[in-house]
Design a binder for this molecule. Structure first.
Ligand code: GDP
Length: 296
């Protein structure tokens, strides 16, 4: 994951470490390298520029340059700023005061939405000992309902479906009734995606949002699409009250730009990351741990 970014940053720090006390020029050179590393990682240039500026402000302070552990302190500053860029503290999943907590999963087709719904159900069940109900509200993609049923069976979670002839809003409402009756803690609604953002998709999602008043609307985006994922998130955010992001396919993302910047650009925190195709390949997202991982 993000191998090039990690090795580029380590390279920049290595040069600083060889120097003992640092001059302002040493720091400038390191910042240039960090900026190049970020751009190569598909971080957009405005974000990269602001990021470097913040580090420069903190790093060229007199005490740091004169300290014997200057290089170490620069690494710490970069670590802090990476953590902040990704949102600082962990953003936890909402929980309704009165169950069930309703979570709407939205996103473009192929992003990994159906898989993410099942992964999240498994996480809630296995790690938090909750009772989730999965809801098949993607009635357009032919295999989506059966895919969710297969996954549900695999993880031992009930899947609510009314087939593909009932409209998604109705499915969501009926699922909610079912969840209340059955004493479920969470309702995870897998909605339809399309290849591109379009009016009809957004309208349908807005209708569901209005009807079920979800506690969370999680956007599922594919990390491997880099800045496109960030743009998709910006669009969805304009149309829906997104509360968080599940970033999938981090295992196949060699660059890291989307994970680094989506929070900063959209204001929407990453809550979980997908790190593989299997149903247990989902992790809560911790900005500080991710920053340490990136710095290696
Ligand atoms: P949807 O159209 O958004 O519902 O997408 P799917 O859930 O059907 O997933 C599309 C493809 O992405 C499937 O082949 C999944 O196995 C794969 N996928 C989903 N999440 C991940 C992930 O975190 N890592 C990897 N490597 N593949 C994933």
């Amino acid at each position: 994951m993000f191998d090039t970014l990690t090795s580029r940053l380590q390279g920049a720090f290595q040069k600083l470490r060889g120097k003992g006390r640092l001059s302002e020029d040493d720091v400038k050179e390191a910042l240039r390298e960090i900026r190049r590393a970020l751009l190569e990682a598909d971080v957009n240039h405005v974000v990269a520029k602001e990021f470097i500026e913040r580090i420069r402000e903190r790093a060229v302070g007199q005490e740091i340059l004169q300290s014997l552990s200057a290089a170490q302190q620069v690494v710490k500053i970069v670590n802090d700023e990476l953590t902040d860029l990704m949102g600082g503290a962990q953003a936890k999943l909402a929980r309704a005061a009165k169950p069930p907590t309703v979570i709407l999963l939205v996103g473009l087709q192929g992003a990994g939405k159906t898989t993410a719904a099942a992964k999240l159900a498994r996480h809630l069940k296995a790690s938090e000992h909750r009772r989730p109900l999965l809801v098949a509200a993607d009635i357009y993609r032919p295999a989506a309902i059966s895919q969710l049923q297969v996954l549900g069976e695999q993880i031992g979670v009930q899947v609510f479906t009314l087939g593909d002839q009932v409209n998604p809003r109705e499915i969501a409402l009926r699922a909610l009734d079912e969840a209340r009756r059955g004493g479920f803690d969470y309702v995870l609604i897998d909605t339809a995606g399309r290849l591109h953002i379009d009016e009809t998709l957004m309208q349908e999602l807005q209708d569901i949002e209005k009807s079920v008043n979800p506690d969370e609307i999680l956007l599922v985006v594919d990390a491997m699409t880099g800045q496109d994922a960030v743009n998709v998130a910006s669009h969805f955010r304009e149309q829906l009250s997104l509360t968080g992001i599940i970033m999938t396919k981090l295992d196949g993302d060699t660059r890291g730009g989307a994970a680094l910047t989506v929070r900063h650009v959209t204001g929407c925190p990453i809550k979980f990351v997908g790190i593989g195709e299997k149903v247990d390949a989902l992790e809560p997202f911790y900005p500080d741990r991710m920053a340490s991982r990136i710095l290696g």
